[in-house]
Design a protein around this ligand. Structure first.
Ligand code: GAL
Length: 679
C-alpha cells in the first residue's frame, strides 16, 4: 500500500496507555486533526507482546492497528528487538552484553543485547515471525521497522569465537593475519587462534590492524543481525519492505554495506536548533549534510523516521524549536530527499526517562497549543506538497565517504591525537558547494563516479588499489577531482604505502607530498593567493607540504618553515583536472574556492538566479526549494519576477520560476493571529 505520498506521523507507544482506553480513542481523533497518516508501533513492546516466555499477547496490538487503519492511519510495524523483557535477561544471561573490560551488564537500558547469542537470535526470530504471520497482510502495514538504532558491540566469549571465525574466513591462516596486522611490532605475534581477542584497555589496543578488523567485524555482525531479522520476516512475507532507523553521523557500522540490505533508508534527526555556537543556517547545513548522506545511500528518497516536534530531553540544553522552525526544518528534510516527516513521539510518556521529551500531544491533551498547531500545519503542507513524493535529486558534486577511513583515523596514533576532523573536513567542502547552489551527494570510494561532474576526496588516508584506480579512471575520462590533505597514506590494512604520497595519485595531482606538519588547535599558517580568483587565507590542523611535479600553484603558504610551497594546486590529467587542497581553510574560504573550481569544471548551476546570504537551494526532480534561514524576509529573483520570502520561509518553485508553494509564517503569541493550520 505504498502509494506516492509523504508520510506524516511518528513513534506511537500505545502499550504505555492500554489501561487508559479513552486516551487511545483520543489519539486517533487528534491524529486526524494533525494530518497524521502513519505511525510506528511496537518498537519497545516486547514485554507486552510476550509477557512470559512463550506466552504471546498480540490482541491489543491488533486492536490498535485496526483502530488506526479505520481512521486512515497506516503503520510502520517494528520488531521489538531493541529492548528485551526482564524475564529473558534473568533466565538467559548470555543475551546481556559484555564490555571491552569483559564485564557483563545487568538488565536495563536498550539496544544492548549480544548480537551473537543464539538464544537471543532464536527469541527474536520467533517473535518477528509471529508478528509477520499475524499482521503482515494487514492493509495498514506500510514498512517493517527492524529493531531501533542499531549500535554498540559485545565482547563476550560467544562474540570472541565469532570474531575468530570471521578472521579465519578472511585470512585463511594465522600467518596471513600476523602479516596484515604487522604483529612483529613489540613481539605481538600470534601463534594460536585462541590468543586472538577483541581490543581491550586491559589488553591489546595498539595493533591498528586488530582495531580496524574489530570495527569491520562489529559492522559485519550488526548488519548480519539486521539481515537475520529481515530474513525471518521475509520467510513469511517475501514482499515485506524493511528498514532500520539510522543515526546522524554515527559510524558504528559501514552504512554503505547496511544500505544494500535495506529496502528504504530511514534516519533519526535531532539537530540542536538555536544553539549559541552557530547560526540556524549552519545548523541547517549540518543537518542537510546528513540528509544527503542518507539520500545517497540508495540514491533515492528516504524516510525521516524521527525528529522532535519541539524539544528533546537528552541534549545539554533541550531547547524547543522556536515558532516556524518546525515547518522550516521539516521542509528541509523534504528538500534534501525525505518522503516523510515523522516524530519521536506522538504522545509524551507519563513516566520514566523520556517524559520531558517533546511529543505532538502533551499532558494537556490539547489540539490548540503551539506544538500541536505547528505539527498540524506541517501535516497540511505535506499534503499540499504530495507532488514531491518520489522525486529524485540531480547529480552535480559528490563527496567520497568511507567508514573504514573514519575508523583508522579514529584509531590512529598521530599526527594529531586531539582530532583530525574527518567529518569537519567533509563539512567544509560540502558547505562551500551548497553556498554556491550545488547539490551534493556522497559516494563510497569504489562507487560509480561517472555521473558526477565533480568529485571531492576529503582526507582519504586509507586507499586500497581499487579506489586509486577508480579515481584515476574518473579523471582520465574527463572528471574533475579535488583531493585534500592527509590522503593516500595507507593501504586497506592501515599499513603505510611504500612510495610517494598521495600514493598512486602523484602524476594525477602533479605533485608529491614531502611531509605533513600537524598544528596545535588555534594555530594557523598564512596562505597567499597566486590568482585573482582566490583571496589570501590561513591553513589549520594539518599542512601537507607538496613538491610540484607539473601542477600549477593557485595558493601558497606564506608563513612557517614551508613558506613558498603550494597550498592549493591544479593539474590537468587525461581529459580531466585534479585539484589538491593541502590544508584546512576557514569555512568561508570554501565558498570562493568552489566558485572557482565549479566554474573551471564547467558544472552548470541549476538555479541561475542570485542566492541571497542565508538562503539554501535544493532540488527534487523539476522542483527547486528555496529556504530562507534568516529571521528576516529576503527578496528572491525567480525569473518570473521577485518573490518576497518571509523569515524562516520556504518556497517551492519550478525551474522556470513558477511558484508551486510558499509557507506561511507562524505568529506568536497565538492570539496575534490564527496559525496557518487553523485558518
Ligand atoms: C532516538 C530513539 C527514540 C527516542 C529518541 C529521543 O534516538 O530512537 O526511541 O529515544 O531518540 O530523542
Amino acid at each position: 500500500m505504498n502509494e506516492p505520498i509523504l508520510l506524516h506521523g511518528g513513534d506511537y507507544n500505545p502499550e504505555q496507555w492500554l489501561d487508559h482506553p479513552e486516551v487511545l480513542e483520543q489519539d486517533v481523533q487528534l491524529m486526524q486533526k494533525a494530518h497524521v497518516n502513519s505511525v510506528s508501533v511496537g518498537i519497545f513492546s516486547w514485554a507486552k507482546l510476550e509477557p512470559e516466555e512463550n506466552v504471546y499477547d498480540l490482541d491489543w496490538l491488533g486492536e490498535i492497528i485496526d483502530r488506526l487503519w479505520a481512521h486512515g492511519v497506516g503503520v510502520i510495524l517494528a520488531t521489538p528487538s531493541g529492548a528485551r523483557p526482564n524475564w529473558m535477561a534473568q533466565r538467559y544471561p548470555e543475551v546481556l552484553r559484555v564490555n571491552a573490560k569483559r564485564e557483563r551488564s545487568l538488565f536495563g537500558g536498550r539496544e544492548n543485547h549480544c548480537l551473537t547469542s543464539p538464544v537471543y537470535r532464536d527469541k527474536v526470530r520467533k517473535m518477528d515471525q509471529i508478528l509477520a504471520k499475524r499482521f503482515g497482510k494487514h492493509p495498514a502495514v506500510r514498512y517493517w521497522h527492524i529493531s531501533n538504532e542499531f549500535n554498540g558491540e559485545c565482547h563476550c566469549p560467544l562474540c570472541q569465537a565469532s570474531f575468530r571465525q570471521w578472521l579465519q574466513a578472511k585470512y585463511g591462516s594465522l600467518e596471513a593475519l600476523n602479516e596484515a596486522w604487522y604483529t612483529t611490532f613489540w613481539s605481538h605475534t600470534y601463534t594460536d587462534w585462541s590468543q586472538v581477542e577483541s581490543p581491550s584497555p586491559l589488553g591489546e589496543s595498539g595493533l591498528q590492524g586488530l582495531l580496524l578488523d574489530w570495527r569491520r567485524f562489529v559492522s559485519w555482525q550488526t548488519i548480519d543481525f539486521y539481515r537475520f531479522e529481515r530474513d525471518a520476516i521475509r520467510e513469511i512475507l517475501p514482499e515485506a519492505l524493511c528498514t532500520t532507523n539510522l543515526m546522524d553521523h554515527f559510524d558504528g557500522f559501514d552504512h554503505w554495506a547496511m544500505a544494500k540490505e535495506m529496502d528504504i533508508i530511514s534516519w533519526d534527526s535531532y539537530p540542536e536548533w538555536h544553539n549559541p555556537r552557530e547560526t540556524e543556517e549552519q545548523t541547517a547545513l549540518r543537518t542537510a549534510f546528513v540528509h544527503d548522506i542518507y539520500y545517497s545511500m540508495k540514491d533515492k528518497p528516504f524516510l525521516l523516521m524521527e525528529s522532535t516536534p519541539s524539544n528533546t530531553n537528552w541534549q545539554a540544553v533541550s531547547r524547543p524549536k522556536e515558532p516556524g522552525m518546525h515547518m522550516l526544518s521539516s521542509l528541509l528534510a523534504l528538500a534534501e530527499g525525505a518522503d516523510s516527516v515523522m516524530y519521536f513521539q506522538w504522545r509524551r510518556s507519563r513516566g520514566a526517562m523520556e517524559k520531558i521529551h517533546g511529543g505532538v500531544v502533551g499532558p494537556d491533551c490539547q489540539a490548540d497549543n503551539r506544538v500541536f498547531l505547528e505539527t498540524a500545519a506541517v501535516g497540511k503542507a505535506l499534503q499540499d506538497l504530495t507532488f514531491i513524493a518520489g522525486e529524485k535529486r540531480p547529480k552535480q558534486a559528490a563527496i567520497i565517504l568511507d567508514y573504514n577511513n573514519k575508523w583508522v583515523l579514529d584509531a590512529s596514533q598521530g599526527p594529531r591525537n586531539c582530532g583530525l576532523g574527518y567529518w569537519e573536513e567533509m563539512h567544509r567542502h560540502y558547505d562551500g558547494l551548497r553556498h554556491n547552489g550545488y547539490s551534493v551527494d556522497f559516494l563510497p570510494p569504489k562507487g560509480d563516479l561517472s555521473a558526477y561532474p565533480l568529485v571531492i576526496v576529503p582526507m582519504l588516508y586509507l586507499m586500497d588499489d581499487a579506489t586509486i584506480q577508480n579515481l584515476r579512471d574518473y579523471v582520465q575520462n574527463g572528471g574533475h577531482l579535488v583531493v585534500s590533505a592527509w590522503s593516500g597514506i595507507a593501504d586497506e590494512q592501515d599499513q603505510l604505502r611504500q612510495g610517494d604520497t598521495p600514493y598512486g595519485l602523484t602524476d594525477l595531482l602533479g605533485l608529491r607530498v614531502t611531509e605533513t606538519v600537524a598544528l596545535w588547535d588555534g594555530e594557523q599558517v598564512s596562505c597567499t593567493s597566486c590568482t585573482e580568483d582566490l583571496s589570501d587565507t590561513e591553513g589549520a590542523i594539518l599542512c601537507d607540504v607538496p613538491a610540484l611535479e607539473g601542477a600549477e600553484t593557485l595558493l601558497q603558504y606564506s608563513s612557517a618553515f614551508f613558506a613558498g610551497t603550494p597550498a592549493i594546486t591544479k593539474n590537468r590529467f587525461g581529459k580531466g583536472t585534479a585539484w589538491f587542497a593541502a590544508t584546512r581553510f576557514p569555512a568561508p574560504f570554501y565558498k570562493t574556492l568552489y566558485q572557482t573550481i565549479c566554474r573551471d569544471s564547467g558544472m552548470a548551476a541549476i538555479w541561475q538566479h542570485p542566492i541571497p546570504e542565508g538562503v539554501l537551494v535544493s532540488y527534487r526532480g523539476p522542483y527547486v526549494f528555496l529556504q530562507n534561514w534568516n529571521r528576516t524576509a529576503v527578496s528572491l529573483e525567480t525569473g518570473k519576477g521577485t518573490l518576497e520570502l518571509h523569515g524562516w520561509g520556504t518556497a517551492v518553485l519550478e525551474q522556470d520560476g513558477a511558484v508551486r508553494y510558499v509557507s506561511e509564517p507562524f505568529p506568536f503569541p497565538l492570539t496575534a493571529g490564527k496559525p496557518a493550520a487553523e485558518k
